[in-house]
Write a protein of this length. Structure first.
Length: 158
């Protein structure tokens, strides 16, 4: 994400291309909003939960592709770094008890993710994974894990 941008400072010549891309994105959004039926129907809500994969020593465990594959659920997706997963609850009606339903679904996904690990096998090199709720912030001492070597090999955000 952003690794293909070769410079950090921009000048007046760069802004027209940025404006062009921004206008393209806004036009795509306007088209979506103009589609017949968009926004029609009962209000819905969704949620996502970020998981940071760590081992017993609380070190980043860069195995999200393997965990996602073993989970075999399209609601589990990889993130930019290789030790992060995203669990996506299905949209549900806002009426009733939506937060309880979202919580139940996210807990189910979390359990599936946790138990789909091929833990204690040689390919994990003795590092048994843990699934924990954490805040999404990065501590200054953890910057060693936030390097391009821990990023996904494929671009998720073109």
């Amino acid at each position: 994400m952003g690794s293909d941008i070769a410079k950090e400072e921009f000048d007046e010549r760069d802004y027209p291309r940025f404006r062009e891309r921004l206008e393209e994105c806004l036009a795509a959004l306007a088209h979506l909003l103009d589609l017949p039926g968009f926004g029609v129907g009962p209000a819905t809500i969704g949620a996502e939960l970020e998981l940071f994969l760590i081992d017993h020593a609380a070190r980043a465990l860069p195995r999200n592709q393997a965990v996602r594959a073993a989970t075999a659920d399209s609601r589990v997706t990889v993130e930019l770094d290789r030790f992060n997963l995203e669990l996506n609850a299905s949209p549900i009606p806002l009426a009733g008890r939506p937060f309880a339903a979202l919580g139940d679904e996210l807990n189910l996904l979390r359990a599936r993710t946790r138990w789909s690990w091929p833990a204690r096998t040689s390919r994990w090199k003795g590092r048994t994974p843990h699934s924990r709720y954490t805040f999404g912030s990065i501590r200054p001492t953890s910057h060693a894990h936030t390097t391009p070597s821990n990023w996904q090999a494929h671009p998720r955000w073109p």
